[in-house]
Design a binder for this molecule. Structure first.
Ligand SMILES: [Zn+2]
Length: 231
Protein backbone atom coordinates (compact mmCIF):
# COMPACT_ATOMS: atom_id res chain seq x y z
CA UNK A 1 0.00 0.00 0.00
CA UNK A 2 1.14 3.54 -0.75
CA UNK A 3 1.41 6.06 2.06
CA UNK A 4 1.35 9.80 1.55
CA UNK A 5 3.50 12.09 3.64
CA UNK A 6 2.68 15.80 3.63
CA UNK A 7 5.45 17.98 5.07
CA UNK A 8 5.94 21.67 5.73
CA UNK A 9 8.60 23.77 7.41
CA UNK A 10 8.28 26.93 9.47
CA UNK A 11 10.80 29.72 9.97
CA UNK A 12 10.70 33.18 11.47
CA UNK A 13 14.20 34.66 11.78
CA UNK A 14 15.35 34.94 15.39
CA UNK A 15 12.02 33.64 16.70
CA UNK A 16 10.92 30.17 15.70
CA UNK A 17 11.77 27.32 13.38
CA UNK A 18 10.36 23.85 13.03
CA UNK A 19 8.43 21.43 10.89
CA UNK A 20 5.25 19.45 10.74
CA UNK A 21 4.20 16.40 8.80
CA UNK A 22 1.39 13.91 8.58
CA UNK A 23 1.44 10.39 7.16
CA UNK A 24 -1.80 9.09 5.63
CA UNK A 25 -2.76 5.94 3.80
CA UNK A 26 -4.06 5.93 0.24
CA UNK A 27 -7.63 6.72 1.27
CA UNK A 28 -6.58 9.64 3.47
CA UNK A 29 -6.74 7.88 6.86
CA UNK A 30 -4.11 9.43 9.15
CA UNK A 31 -1.47 7.08 10.55
CA UNK A 32 0.68 9.48 12.52
CA UNK A 33 1.70 13.14 12.56
CA UNK A 34 4.57 15.12 13.95
CA UNK A 35 5.10 18.74 14.93
CA UNK A 36 8.47 19.88 16.19
CA UNK A 37 9.73 23.31 17.15
CA UNK A 38 13.51 23.71 17.21
CA UNK A 39 15.30 25.54 19.98
CA UNK A 40 17.12 27.51 17.29
CA UNK A 41 15.59 29.01 14.14
CA UNK A 42 17.99 28.24 11.27
CA UNK A 43 16.29 28.66 7.88
CA UNK A 44 13.16 27.49 6.08
CA UNK A 45 15.19 25.13 3.89
CA UNK A 46 16.89 23.53 6.87
CA UNK A 47 13.70 22.99 8.88
CA UNK A 48 11.83 21.58 5.90
CA UNK A 49 14.63 19.11 5.05
CA UNK A 50 14.78 18.26 8.77
CA UNK A 51 11.05 17.46 8.60
CA UNK A 52 11.46 15.31 5.48
CA UNK A 53 14.30 13.38 7.13
CA UNK A 54 12.28 12.75 10.28
CA UNK A 55 9.24 11.73 8.21
CA UNK A 56 11.34 9.16 6.34
CA UNK A 57 12.74 7.85 9.65
CA UNK A 58 9.26 7.59 11.15
CA UNK A 59 7.96 5.76 8.05
CA UNK A 60 10.73 3.19 8.59
CA UNK A 61 9.83 2.92 12.30
CA UNK A 62 6.20 2.27 11.32
CA UNK A 63 7.30 -0.24 8.63
CA UNK A 64 5.71 1.78 5.81
CA UNK A 65 7.73 0.68 2.78
CA UNK A 66 5.98 2.58 -0.03
CA UNK A 67 5.79 6.26 0.66
CA UNK A 68 5.44 9.38 -1.43
CA UNK A 69 6.55 12.71 0.01
CA UNK A 70 4.67 15.94 -0.65
CA UNK A 71 5.67 19.52 0.06
CA UNK A 72 4.94 22.89 -1.50
CA UNK A 73 8.52 24.23 -1.84
CA UNK A 74 9.73 23.61 -5.39
CA UNK A 75 13.46 24.14 -4.64
CA UNK A 76 13.34 21.61 -1.80
CA UNK A 77 11.52 19.09 -4.00
CA UNK A 78 14.31 19.41 -6.58
CA UNK A 79 17.05 19.22 -3.95
CA UNK A 80 15.75 16.08 -2.22
CA UNK A 81 14.92 14.29 -5.48
CA UNK A 82 18.38 15.05 -6.87
CA UNK A 83 20.09 13.83 -3.70
CA UNK A 84 18.12 10.57 -3.71
CA UNK A 85 18.83 10.01 -7.40
CA UNK A 86 22.57 9.99 -6.64
CA UNK A 87 22.40 7.25 -3.99
CA UNK A 88 23.76 4.70 -6.46
CA UNK A 89 26.25 7.16 -7.98
CA UNK A 90 26.15 10.46 -9.82
CA UNK A 91 26.36 10.34 -13.60
CA UNK A 92 27.34 14.01 -13.78
CA UNK A 93 30.25 13.85 -11.36
CA UNK A 94 31.39 10.24 -11.64
CA UNK A 95 34.99 11.14 -12.51
CA UNK A 96 35.64 13.47 -9.61
CA UNK A 97 37.21 12.07 -6.45
CA UNK A 98 36.11 12.76 -2.85
CA UNK A 99 32.76 14.06 -3.95
CA UNK A 100 30.71 11.17 -2.73
CA UNK A 101 29.37 10.25 0.70
CA UNK A 102 26.22 8.12 0.20
CA UNK A 103 24.94 10.95 -2.03
CA UNK A 104 26.75 13.37 -4.35
CA UNK A 105 28.20 16.34 -2.46
CA UNK A 106 28.60 18.43 -5.60
CA UNK A 107 24.97 18.06 -6.61
CA UNK A 108 23.91 19.16 -3.12
CA UNK A 109 26.42 22.05 -3.00
CA UNK A 110 25.04 23.38 -6.28
CA UNK A 111 21.57 23.65 -4.76
CA UNK A 112 22.41 24.63 -1.17
CA UNK A 113 24.66 27.54 -0.27
CA UNK A 114 25.12 28.65 3.38
CA UNK A 115 23.23 25.76 4.96
CA UNK A 116 25.30 23.06 3.21
CA UNK A 117 27.06 21.93 6.43
CA UNK A 118 23.72 21.43 8.18
CA UNK A 119 21.64 20.16 5.29
CA UNK A 120 24.07 17.63 3.79
CA UNK A 121 24.00 15.25 6.82
CA UNK A 122 20.17 15.27 6.69
CA UNK A 123 20.10 14.41 2.98
CA UNK A 124 22.75 11.76 3.58
CA UNK A 125 20.49 10.21 6.22
CA UNK A 126 17.61 10.08 3.70
CA UNK A 127 20.01 8.41 1.25
CA UNK A 128 21.03 5.84 3.87
CA UNK A 129 17.38 4.93 4.47
CA UNK A 130 16.55 4.52 0.77
CA UNK A 131 17.17 0.75 0.94
CA UNK A 132 14.40 0.39 3.51
CA UNK A 133 11.81 1.23 0.85
CA UNK A 134 10.44 -0.84 -2.02
CA UNK A 135 10.54 2.05 -4.47
CA UNK A 136 12.79 5.07 -4.89
CA UNK A 137 11.85 7.86 -2.51
CA UNK A 138 10.19 10.63 -4.44
CA UNK A 139 9.18 14.10 -3.36
CA UNK A 140 6.28 15.71 -5.19
CA UNK A 141 5.42 19.41 -5.31
CA UNK A 142 1.87 20.25 -4.25
CA UNK A 143 0.17 23.61 -3.97
CA UNK A 144 0.00 25.37 -0.61
CA UNK A 145 -3.74 24.73 -0.69
CA UNK A 146 -3.11 20.98 -0.80
CA UNK A 147 -0.64 21.13 2.07
CA UNK A 148 -2.78 22.74 4.76
CA UNK A 149 -2.51 19.95 7.33
CA UNK A 150 1.31 20.01 7.30
CA UNK A 151 1.25 23.82 7.32
CA UNK A 152 -1.00 23.78 10.39
CA UNK A 153 1.29 21.30 12.18
CA UNK A 154 4.46 23.27 11.36
CA UNK A 155 2.97 26.59 12.49
CA UNK A 156 1.58 25.16 15.71
CA UNK A 157 4.61 23.08 16.65
CA UNK A 158 5.59 23.46 20.27
CA UNK A 159 8.81 22.39 21.95
CA UNK A 160 8.44 18.98 23.53
CA UNK A 161 5.81 17.53 21.19
CA UNK A 162 6.93 15.15 18.55
CA UNK A 163 4.71 12.24 17.59
CA UNK A 164 0.96 12.83 17.48
CA UNK A 165 -1.40 9.90 17.17
CA UNK A 166 -4.76 10.46 15.41
CA UNK A 167 -6.71 10.11 18.69
CA UNK A 168 -4.82 13.16 20.01
CA UNK A 169 -5.27 15.38 16.94
CA UNK A 170 -6.62 18.85 17.74
CA UNK A 171 -10.11 19.61 16.36
CA UNK A 172 -8.74 22.24 13.97
CA UNK A 173 -6.45 19.66 12.38
CA UNK A 174 -9.33 17.17 12.08
CA UNK A 175 -11.35 19.81 10.21
CA UNK A 176 -8.48 20.46 7.80
CA UNK A 177 -8.11 16.73 7.19
CA UNK A 178 -11.68 16.54 5.90
CA UNK A 179 -10.72 18.58 2.86
CA UNK A 180 -6.93 18.38 2.59
CA UNK A 181 -5.65 15.06 1.49
CA UNK A 182 -4.11 13.44 -1.54
CA UNK A 183 -6.04 10.22 -1.67
CA UNK A 184 -5.49 7.16 -3.78
CA UNK A 185 -8.79 7.87 -5.56
CA UNK A 186 -7.58 11.34 -6.44
CA UNK A 187 -4.26 10.04 -7.71
CA UNK A 188 -6.13 7.41 -9.73
CA UNK A 189 -8.23 10.15 -11.31
CA UNK A 190 -5.12 12.19 -12.12
CA UNK A 191 -3.50 9.12 -13.67
CA UNK A 192 -6.71 8.34 -15.56
CA UNK A 193 -6.55 11.67 -17.40
CA UNK A 194 -3.11 10.70 -18.74
CA UNK A 195 -4.38 7.23 -19.71
CA UNK A 196 -7.38 8.71 -21.54
CA UNK A 197 -5.06 10.97 -23.56
CA UNK A 198 -2.82 8.01 -24.48
CA UNK A 199 -5.81 5.85 -25.43
CA UNK A 200 -7.27 8.66 -27.56
CA UNK A 201 -3.92 8.89 -29.34
CA UNK A 202 -4.05 5.14 -29.96
CA UNK A 203 -7.62 5.49 -31.29
CA UNK A 204 -6.47 8.00 -33.88
CA UNK A 205 -3.76 5.54 -34.99
CA UNK A 206 -6.31 2.68 -35.17
CA UNK A 207 -8.62 4.87 -37.20
CA UNK A 208 -5.86 5.62 -39.69
CA UNK A 209 -4.99 1.91 -39.94
CA UNK A 210 -8.68 0.93 -40.29
CA UNK A 211 -8.27 -1.35 -37.25
CA UNK A 212 -11.86 -1.18 -36.01
CA UNK A 213 -11.55 -4.04 -33.47
CA UNK A 214 -8.87 -2.17 -31.54
CA UNK A 215 -10.78 1.06 -31.97
CA UNK A 216 -13.80 -0.50 -30.21
CA UNK A 217 -11.56 -1.69 -27.31
CA UNK A 218 -10.17 1.84 -26.96
CA UNK A 219 -13.72 3.21 -26.77
CA UNK A 220 -14.50 0.84 -23.92
CA UNK A 221 -11.36 1.87 -21.96
CA UNK A 222 -12.15 5.58 -22.40
CA UNK A 223 -15.78 5.05 -21.37
CA UNK A 224 -14.74 3.14 -18.24
CA UNK A 225 -12.15 5.73 -17.14
CA UNK A 226 -14.54 8.58 -17.88
CA UNK A 227 -17.19 6.93 -15.69
CA UNK A 228 -14.66 6.52 -12.85
CA UNK A 229 -13.53 10.15 -13.14
CA UNK A 230 -17.01 11.63 -12.90
CA UNK A 231 -18.12 9.40 -9.99
ZN1 LIG B 1 26.59 14.98 -8.68
Amino acid sequence: MDYFVSIDGYFRAGRKGGYGFIIRDNVGKPIVASAVASTEAVSFLYHLVEGITRAVELAVEFSLRDIRLFCNAKHVVRLVNRAVQTVSGCRLHCNLKNHFDVICKICVKKRVKEEYGLVFPLLKRIGQLQDEFHTQLQTVKVSKERNKAADYLAKNAAPGTEVLHPCNFPDELKEILCTDYVSGVELFRMTSVVVVILVLKKMVQCFHLNSYGNLFSCFRVVFFLYAVMIL
